[in-house]
Ligand binder design. Structure first.
Ligand code: NAD
Length: 348
């Protein structure tokens, strides 16, 4: 169940009468945690504040949340309310799914990326060794509360990073020309202050959520159709893996997940073109230009060979083969199983 609103007050109504709520809140959105802690029918919700980063998104943080729930005597009726971006919803959702063999979770995503993607569809997870989301579960939240007002405090680069996941939804399913509508809206806006009109923003978020929810409803455990949501992600995971490795070598290349996805979608379209799947038009060039018009940075600092070799560890790999999601046009993507070497040969 996903609720959409442009005010936090609606959440109080949703939580009214609900017992045993335990909030885990990103310290950067403390104001939201404090507002909730104050106002649930006059009774305080216990809130645990966490500091988030990809480095901290690990099993220790999940265990710390479980320890806190235990200290609070949370029983099996507990509802863990995760408030924050995708890191918070992933890690708190994971902790909820293993605490006492699983208690309910609900999400209050506060980044655009989490609102259109991370908090929808039930995937939880933490990073393990150097691998992203290597440990995780799939459990649908009791509800997700999407409130565009929370996005007002987002730094512009974090906001834009979520745009690639939003646009991804419409590249997969372009019902009613939603991709072109989103481009017209996001492409015409030059600064994050202009995003603050939540009445204009919310419908785009809502449609992107509907695309993801419809796909997840068909295939929760990702044995078929849900794989299309990984459009751009095999490349993105390779890119993120390389950027982390560079960081270890003290030659940092800072690339956020959302930026890596934008780069990955363009590379997937390039692979599609090289395999003759997307006709005469250079879809990769079109997407690249569209993304730039929306303020994204789709040009990747690594070669396809480097990226694809790094992508070998992708969770989506099955044996030698990876399920590549390849766009044929806006609104039409196909799944093609290729070995890494076949993909590298096609890209070079
Ligand atoms: N479970 C899934 O299906 C799924 C899907 C996509 C991504 N993810 C995961 O999501 C994570 C990325 O999510 P993200 O981009 O939201 O990252 P994030 O949670 O790190 O948030 C980005 C930054 O914004 C800050 N922030 C959050 N809300 C804010 C607000 N309203 N105002 C100001 N600052 C705010 C955070 O503190 C953080 O510094 C990755 O770990 C990725 O693996 C999961």
């Amino acid at each position: 169940m996903t609720y959409f609103s442009d005010t936090i007050d609606t959440l109080n109504g949703i939580l009214a009468g609900r017992e045993s709520v335990y909030a885990v809140c990103d310290r950067n959105v403390k104001a939201v945690g404090e507002a909730l802690g104050r106002c649930k029918g006059g009774r305080k919700i216990p809130v645990k504040y966490i500091d988030v980063s990809e480095k901290k998104k690990d099993i220790r943080l999940a265990a710390e949340i479980c320890g806190w729930l235990l200290d609070k005597n949370a029983d099996r009726k507990a509802l863990v309310l995760a408030i924050g971006g995708g890191i918070t919803t992933d890690v708190a959702g994971f902790a909820a799914s293993i605490y006492k063999r699983g208690v309910k979770a609900a999400y209050v995503p506060t980044t655009l990326l989490a609102q259109v993607d991370a908090a929808i569809g039930g995937k939880t997870g933490v990073n393990f060794k150097e691998f992203k989301n290597m440990l995780g579960t799939i459990v649908e939240p009791e509800f997700t509360f999407v409130c565009s007002a929370f996005l007002k405090t987002l730094p512009e680069n974090v906001f834009r990073a979520g745009l690639s996941e939003l646009l991804k939804a419409f590249i997969i399913d372009n019902k009613d020309g939603q991709y072109q509508k989103a481009l017209a809206y996001f492409g015409s806006i030059n600064s994050s202050t202009q995003f603050q009109d939540s009445t204009l923003l919310l419908p785009h978020i809502q449609r992107a959520v509907q695309v993801k929810e419809a796909i997840v409803a068909e295939d929760l455990y990702e044995s078929g159709r849900r794989r299309v949501l990984n459009l751009g992600h095999t490349f993105a995971h390779g890119i993120e893996h390389l950027s982390r490795r560079r960081r270890l070598l003290s030659r940092p290349v800072e690339i956020s997940h959302g930026e890596a996805v934008a780069m990955g979608i363009v590379l997937a379209a390039r692979l599609s073109r090289r395999l003759g799947l997307c006709g005469e038009d250079a879809l990769d060039e079109q997407l690249r230009e569209d993304f730039i018009a929306c303020g994204l940075k789709p040009d990747c600092p690594f070669t396809p060979r480097e990226i694809l070799k790094a992508a070998r560890t992708d969770k989506k790999a099955e044996g030698e083969y990876i399920h590549f999601i390849l766009p044929r046009s806006i609104g039409d993507v196909v799944i093609k199983d290729l070995s890494i070497n076949e993909a590298i040969r096609a890209m070079e």
